[in-house]
Design a binder for this molecule. Sequence first.
Ligand code: ZN
Length: 270
Amino acid sequence: MPELPEVETTRRGIAPHLEGQRVSRVIVRERRLRWPIPEDLDVRLSGQRIVLVERRAKYLLINAEVGTLISHLGMSGNLRLVEAGSLAAKHEHVDIELESGLALRYTDPRRFGAMLWSLDPLNHELLARLGPEPLTELFDGDRLFKLSRGRSMAVKPFIMDNAVVVGVGNIYATEALFAAGIDPRRAAGGISRARYLRLAVEIKRILAAAIERGGTTLRDFIGGDGQPGYFQQELFVYGRAYEACKVCGSELREVKLGQRASVFCLKCQR
Ligand SMILES: [Zn+2]
């Protein structure tokens, strides 16, 4: 599933080819994504110039002069640039053709993604209640400490809650808790301010490193397969249940927290 770093890499990959370009037409071959693509998307977008491509959480906001295309990659979606008019394969559901002769092509085999239209995207129901971006000053350990007081839920689902902070998916939550030495099963409300300060730093460090690695794949967005993939980041615990801890050598454990598999080290995480 594309996580925040892959979505940010997608934004950086497609933005230079979109910004300043006028849309010549929109071709929708399959409307049935997670929500149907609006029938009038072509009418609304064609003829308009794309002003700015932004990201909020895992949503891409393709801002036109009037209105914004909100796109989410779902479980299996990707966006890339192709020659306008080039033959579309199965699962290549949408082309947004540009005056430059390129087209932004949306592919999504599982169709859990989204392409919606909004005149006020930040107040759209999908975005309005999202917490702060993890790589901004609005997110820090103090926020984690304050929001967690009195909460008995485990710390891992707490930091994966989009109302607390956006973009901390399972990989990044698992790795950040290991880096901060915090047992993912601990009650969020029982963790000290000092440990949350450390955790926030590790979340930022790990996400920033993944985005930086994605930068090496930017040219894949034109003509390539648009798959920034999962960056070859060194994983200490994620996906390594019952293997040896890279720090202390003891066997890593796995538990389910908030329906998600969580790998951790009993010795290194308290
Ligand atoms: Zn260990």
